[in-house]
Design a protein around this ligand. Sequence first.
Ligand SMILES: Cc1cc2nc3c(=O)[nH]c(=O)nc-3n(C[C@H](O)[C@H](O)[C@H](O)COP(=O)(O)O)c2cc1C
Length: 264
Amino acid sequence: MTDKPEGPNTGAASAGRFDKYRFFLKDHIRQRVDFRQTAQNRRLPAPPLQKSCPADVARIALPDGAESMERLCRLSVAEAVARRESVRAYTAEPLSLGELSALLWSTQGIRRVISPDSALRTVPSAGARHSFETYVAAIRVEGLEPGIYRYLPFDDQLARLFVDEQTGARAAAACLGQRFVAASAATFFWTTIPARMEWRYDLAAHKVIALDAGHVCQNLYLAATAIGAGTCAIAAYDQNACDRLLGVDGEEEFTVYLGTVGKR
Ligand SMILES: Cc1cc2nc3c(=O)[nH]c(=O)nc-3n(C[C@H](O)[C@H](O)[C@H](O)COP(=O)(O)O)c2cc1C
């Protein structure tokens, strides 16, 4: 057997239509970026760490997320890791606001504010850029009318965006008819605002945004398991339908990943 030379496009399988998508997973892009010219190094202002919220949008105060998690957590880390699984069948029991807050904090809560341009959260993120916003399709959450809410992690609040009795059905339809979405108590939609990552990494931003999303959802799995709930990651969804449901523009902010949550 002869060694094939290292490098792009060496094998028949990679010489075709997969090339540009495989390229995305590699790190060649970093050599093509002139990091002296990034927005950060040109001293352009950093995009805000949290999307702004219009003054006329109602806000709901959340119980402290870290304290809620501490109080509700029934398992050790080892047990949560061992028991983690995708759960697609839920009881009719609602989530309490404390449970929702514990899950939001576990996935995107603020750990420490470093400066106006940088904050650390409960999950890692390349360059601590944290490009995600979390939207919750609340279907059965105590104290919340069914609807779409946005987590404001710097304020420990939810912004109430749309109230709609049909939220479960609409969320399921936006997930290509995956019926367990409608049966969830809440479904988390994670959008990215890529400019937050592009500010620092320019063309090398996009792979790390995708990597970052995995950490967020894994924390949802572990935290949900630990509080006696279940979750299932969702990456099969209708892009336009999800973006419309959340009211985001689909260009500067768009859906990248989802996770359902319900009691077991
Ligand atoms: C990136 C990603 C996307 C997924 N998308 C879906 C999905 O759209 N619908 C679904 O039912 N499960 C989805 N899943 C869940 C997987 O099917 C599940 O993780 C896999 O079957 C292994 O099962 P386990 O999580 O119980 O170990 C997804 C999981 C990941 C990590």
